[in-house]
Design a protein around this ligand. Structure first.
Ligand code: MSP
Length: 689
């Protein structure tokens, strides 16, 4: 009899051992989603993660197959259709179409999209059922149990919440009794445990593995695998009063889509390298599915990876729990662009754990990681190449580079590979951002503007070449994750619009930026976004950051008089000293304004406003970007190296699309404008009292 002992199953490598497999095959799946409603950002999470892993493997040269689809049978769908006054397919079709469009907008590179209502699927599910029946793994009996319609699953008393409610949906379950076919799941408890023990990577992350082991150890009961209570499903081939339990129908998609039992794709791609799923459907994938495969005598997937949930206010995302947040991925893409949405999903939540979703967190990631770190690296680099090297990628003389960034890039690639071999997408992105941070820091340390001043041309060229080449490599490393940004980045670096690395390894080889290529400096890669951007902030009429809310209210930078602070102190009026008479501030009120010295490390024209400069300043270890309305009075290069005075605790404001994280102080007399500075050298970040 098939599947009675673990030793019958084809031996496999443990999952997660892809490292070093080199050119091979990679088959990855997402759950097939229920088309009873439009998908939200939570479903998008799994799919984007699967896409990133598929893209990575393709780039590595692995023959890759990414499967997704829709799970279209079952009572839940039947009811939703009926409530809408439609036939099931009539109800489902537009939702499936919207799902496909969503994946298209997110550039999901799926190789196949399976619908469980397709004949290719239905016929094979019936074949599976028949075979299991014929060999005695499925038998007829009577089932009585507590059933949650939304889950399409029975629960034991012990699993229910108080008041007999479903642990997932928190709605009451129903007691159902029906004639049913059963799958002999109990037979597979031992072989399954043995398999899990022998293959530590089979269920990941480890916490999920432990959960499954504990569950199986309690003993597995045979599973009811047919229903007579509704019609919308695949009929049992030899008893058409019964439809096949939707989870058997659904799980089978992973092999029916490949043409099990003898299709070409099946031979090429099975077993799957990873079924990526949310933890909500872990038991189906880590117990029922492997047991079915054992019964069929087919190899088990290498890994079932149950990631955590994206939560809103600690609860599952749903219509009832959107918490005022945008949860429609299409709206988010329209508002922020495809790459910011993809980046947020892949970066924000430690993979495997739960994480919080909020639009604010998305905007924070966009502003700090994408606009500030990555966008700035490209903008600064191309800016300096423009100014110091006539806009052309240099050919530094041999030996002029210190090799620091080349080594950092190589080390990063190894970290990214290791992280992706354990499916840890956020760790891979963290490694890439460490490299971006290193490159930004390298610019500060090497101070190309000083090299230029000192006439050290070879060093200047070497530094700028290495920084630009690092940015190119960052584009390669980001290729699995982001779909538009790498090409935009390469274009800025002067690589033509058709540049695509031939593969991962080839792309990572150092030194591919061609000397003489002309950098393109159209606009920063990412605009900074403010969630509720008051119109006033964009005004930025003169000097620096326009006042942000009740912060410093003086015309920024023009008259840093004590009066400037009055509005700032208007909040907790007169805290610690009583309110001052109109027109005056108390010393405590004045003390709330944090003035500090800062050294200008970089200055350039604002990309969108002639009167503004964008400064990067060092506040004593902390780097800030400040927009200042001083372009009519200072040339950018005059400012670099100066110690100036800034309001350090001014609420950031976006000025013509660039965030200003503070304000510079200057005196103005109608004739001209002079920046405040100190009368002898003092460390950057020093407090001014
Ligand atoms: N149709 C079944 C799956 C069958 S697979 C053989 C199903 N569909 S579902 O539409 O409910 O999708 C469930 C999956 O969507 C989860 O396992 C997870 O991958 C994803 N997510 C749905 N909401 C999610 C979050 N809030 N957070 C993370 N993932 C979420 O179950």
């Amino acid at each position: 009899m098939a599947g009675s002992s673990a030793t019958q199953f084809p031996a496999q490598e443990p999952a997660g051992s892809q490292a070093g497999r080199g050119r091979g095959r990679f088959y990855i799946t997402t759950p097939i989603y229920y088309p009873n409603d439009r998908l939200h950002i939570g479903h998008t999470y799994t799919t984007v993660a699967a896409d990133a892993l598929a893209r990575y493997h393709r780039l590595r040269g692995d023959e890759t197959w990414l499967l997704t689809g829709t799970d279209e049978h079952g009572q839940k769908i039947e009811r939703a259709a009926r409530q809408a006054g439609k036939e099931p397919l009539e109800y489902i079709d537009p939702i499936v179409e919207a799902t496909r469009q969503l994946w298209q907008r997110l550039h999901i590179s799926y190789d196949d999209f399976i619908r469980t209502t397709e004949p290719r699927h239905k016929a094979r599910v019936q074949q599976i059922f028949q075979r299991l029946y014929d060999q005695g793994d499925i038998y007829k009996g009577v089932y009585e149990g507590l059933y949650c319609t939304a889950c399409e699953a029975y629960y034991t008393e012990a699993e229910l919440l108080d008041g007999g409610r479903c642990p997932v949906h928190e709605t009451p379950v129903e007691r159902l009794q029906e004639e049913s076919y059963f799958f002999r799941l109990s037979r597979y408890a031992e072989p399954l445990l043995e398999h899990i023990e022998r293959h530590p990577g089979f269920i990941q992350p480890p916490s999920r593995r432990n959960e499954v082991i504990a569950f199986i150890r309690q003993g597995l009961q045979d599973l009811s695998v047919s229903r007579t209570s509704f019609r919308w499903g695949i009929p049992v081939p030899f008893d058409p009063d019964h439809v096949i339990y939707v989870w058997i129908d659904a799980l089978a998609n992973y092999i029916t889509a490949l043409g099990w039992p003898d299709g070409e794709l099946y031979r090429r791609f099975w077993p799957a390298d990873v079924h990526l799923i949310g933890k909500d459907i872990l038991r189906f994938h880590a117990i029922i599915w492997p047991a079915l495969l054992m019964a069929l005598g087919e190899p088990l997937p290498r890994c079932v990876y149950g990631h955590g949930w994206l939560l809103i206010d600690g609860g599952k995302i749903g219509k009832s729990r959107a918490g005022g947040q945008v949860i429609d991925p299409v709206q988010l893409i329209e508002k922020y662009g495809v790459d910011p949405v993809r980046y947020f999903l892949l970066r924000e939540v430690p993979f495997g754990d739960d994480g919080s979703y909020s639009e604010e967190a998305l905007v924070r990631r966009l502003n700090t990681d994408l606009a500030n770190d990555l966008g700035n690296l490209a903008w600064r680099t191309t800016g300096m190449i423009q100014r110091f090297l006539d806009g052309r990628i240099p050919r530094p003389p041999a030996g002029a580079s210190d090799g620091v960034l080349a080594a950092a890039a190589q080390e990063t690639a190894a970290r990214v590979e290791q992280a992706l071999d354990r499916f840890d997408l956020p760790a891979a992105l963290q490694a890439i951002w460490d490299l971006i941070g290193r490159a930004n820091k390298y610019i500060d340390e090497q101070a190309p503007w000083a090299l230029r001043r000192e006439g050290r041309q070879a060093r200047l060229e070497a530094v700028l070449y290495d920084v630009a080449e690092t940015a190119r490599v960052v584009g390669v490393l980001l290729s699995p994750f982001l779909v538009e940004t790498p090409a935009r980045l390469w274009t800025q670096l002067g690589l033509g619009p058709d540049y695509r690395p031939a593969g991962w390894q080839q792309g990572l080889e150092w030194g591919q930026l061609p000397a003489g290529a002309r950098v393109v400096r159209d606009q920063p890669l990412f605009p900074r976004i403010e969630l509720d951007e008051p119109a006033a902030r964009e005004a930025g009429d003169g000097v620096t950051a326009a006042p942000a809310g009740p912060a410093v209210a003086a015309a920024a930078g023009t008259k840093p008089t004590p009066q400037a602070g009055t509005a700032a102190a208007a909040g907790p009026a007169g805290a610690g000293g009583g309110a001052a008479p109109a027109g005056q501030v108390t010393i405590e009120e004045f003390g709330r304004i944090e003035l500090r010295t800062a050294r200008v490390i970089h200055a350039e024209k604002h990309p969108r406003a002639d009167r503004l400069l964008r400064l990067e300043v060092d506040l004593g270890g902390e780097r800030r970007q400040i927009v200042a309305g001083i372009a009519a009075h200072y040339r950018p290069e005059e400012l670099v190296g100066k110690t100036i005075v800034v309001v350090a605790n001014l609420k950031p404001a976006v000025i013509r699309g660039v965030e200003s994280q503070g304000m510079v102080l200057a005196a103005e007399d109608g004739q001209g404008l002079a920046l405040l500075t100190t009368d002898r050298p003092i460390g950057e970040g020093s407090r001014i009292r």
